[in-house]
Design a protein around this ligand. Structure first.
Ligand code: GLU
Length: 511
């Protein structure tokens, strides 16, 4: 059943990463689903930075995060850089606000100050370990008398604030795709809400912020399921209605056995990327990644693999997200990427590969942009690459001096079924023709080479082979005649000359 647009309430959905490292593909999937749902409902996509764990703060991660989101086209309506009506959107800048919200909880007995020192807590844990009990806080400070409490406060000792989890009974929260989830309260810890430096912990900040920012839907990874009962207890303590929770399925590693790795891994010789910047640097197109990732845990249509962003927005819904773990079909990503690469116009493909060529060919962008050879070469590789980082490997030979082409394996220069002397003769004949060929175009070359092959009674393929190797130093290269046209007469003749010398040496050695 599809809901008609008029009945959909605009949702306020947030992506709330902790800036502790480079963004993982799983995080990008969460952000994508957030964004899709916000756009589907005509609501807002909010970026909130959860940096209350200052020890784990990584200054590079914010830039990486924003670059990654923008790369995929996920624009946010409110966030640390663009502001918005419920800012600030960085938790470390909201410290005073959390302080206001913790006091009423302490007064109503839903939270309490705890003065236990690290040494005491270590001792408790050690004792629990000895007795085979699960580790956890023993609630020592929860049961202090008012006098003891006043005494400790008067001494100005450092303290944290803990949640007073109900001692018995159970807590139930609703997950849209998983149903009611009930936890026995005896399984829950009196989690710290405010640390001794006054900073809130994740649990407290997330609840206060989702409430104050009027978040309607919380989409986050399945690993946060265990935290949700604590959040529900906090919502109940405040008397607030929680947002709709959707815990997204975890992404599995290629073997399907465990959770997807946090960094790139190599399994049976194949590399599996994990961080968004790795995918960007490998030359995946945002359009392909968008299409691919939308289908990880959700399905656009079982019979349609390729779809447009607008169509995904139109169709996206939360209730059909599949809660079971989803494996990442890397081969499908490569296939999709090849498909989207082939859809680009030559100009767009040139633009897309430029940064990769700058990186891999060691040329400046201005140089490459002005290089007419690229206008011929880039369309030639369009059918041949699945990732943009493969581009340089196909055309690098065109950007070196003739003498830098090494014919380390002279056998590469042999035409099929031809020996060194015969291959050298082919090169000599072709070189003769190319010297005066006018116009110096792929079509003219093709015609001249075919009749020369006939005259010499050599198969066309055997005639072409030595030239391919001579100009590129490789067995596989883009189409020969266009490649020679791109390289230009002088450079082609130089390479043919060099290759002939190698073959002639071979011929002498072999005779
Ligand atoms: N800051 C948490 C993270 O790093 C967010 C969890 C949530 O969305 O509630 O993933």
């Amino acid at each position: 059943m599809t809901t008609s647009a008029s009945t959909i309430q605009p949702a306020r959905v947030r992506f709330a990463p902790s800036p502790t490292g480079y963004l993982h593909l799983g995080g990008l999937r969460t952000a994508l689903f957030d964004w899709l749902y916000a756009r589907h409902t005509g609501g807002q996509f909010i970026l909130r930075i959860e940096d209350t764990d200052q020890k784990r703060y990584n200054p590079e991660s914010l830039n990486d995060l924003m670059t990654s989101l923008r790369w995929l086209g996920l624009d946010w309506d409110e966030g640390p850089d663009v502001g918005g009506p419920y800012g600030p959107y960085t938790q470390s800048e909201r410290k005073d606000l959390y302080a206001q919200y913790i006091e009423p909880l302490i007064e109503s007995g839903h939270a309490y100050r705890c003065y236990c020192t690290a040494e005491r807590l270590d001792g408790v844990r050690e004792e629990q370990r000895k007795n085979g009990q699960p580790p956890g806080y023993d609630r020592h400070c929860r049961y202090l008398s008012p006098e003891e409490r006043a005494n400790l406060a008067a001494q100005g000792l450092p303290s944290v604030v803990r949640l007073a989890v109900p001692e018995d009974g159970s807590t139930t929260f609703v997950d849209l795709i998983r149903g009611n989830i009930t936890t026995d309260n005896r399984q829950l810890q009196d989690a710290v809400l405010i640390k001794s430096d006054g900073m809130p912990t994740y649990h407290f900040a997330v609840v206060v912020d989702d409430q104050l920012m009027k978040i309607t839907h919380v989409l986050r990874g399945q690993e946060w399921l265990a935290s949700a009962p604590l959040h529900q207890i906090l919502y109940d303590a405040f008397g607030w209605t929680p947002p709709i929770f959707v815990h997204l399925p975890i992404i599995l590693d290629p073997s399907g056995k465990g959770k997807m790795s946090k960094r790139k891994t190599v399994v049976a010789g194949k590399e599996y990327l994990a961080l968004v910047h790795e995918f960007i640097e490998a030359g995946y197109l945002p359009s392909a990644m968008f299409n691919f990732l939308t289908n990880v845990g959700w399905s656009y249509d079982a019979s349609q693999e390729v779809f447009a962003v607008e169509d995904a927005i139109e169709r996206f819904d939360l209730s059909s997200i599949n809660p079971s773990p989803a494996a990442l079909p890397y081969d499908k990503l490569d296939w999709l990427n090849g498909l989207y690469i082939r859809e680009l116009t030559p100009a767009a493909l040139k633009e897309a590969v430029l940064p990769f060529l700058v990186r891999d060919l060691g040329r400046t962008e201005a140089e490459l942009r002005a290089d007419a050879r690229l206008d011929i070469l880039v369309p030639l590789i369009q059918e041949r690459i699945k990732r943009l980082d493969e581009a340089a490997g196909w055309i690098d030979w065109a950007f070196v001096e003739a003498d830098e082409i090494q014919y380390d394996e002279p056998s590469l220069l042999l035409g099929k079924k031809l020996d060194a002397a015969q291959s050298a003769a082919v090169l000599a004949r072709g070189g003769e023709l190319l010297k005066t060929l006018d116009p110096f175009t792929a079509d003219a070359m093709q015609e001249a080479f075919r009749s020369a092959a006939d005259e010499m009674d050599v198969k066309a393929g055997s005639f072409f082979g030595p030239f391919r190797a001579a100009i590129s130093g490789k067995q596989v290269s883009p189409p020969l005649f266009e490649s020679m046209e791109a390289l230009g007469r002088v450079e082609v003749l130089r390479r043919i000359e060099n290759a002939m010398q190698v073959l002639n040496r071979e011929a002498v050695a072999g005779s």
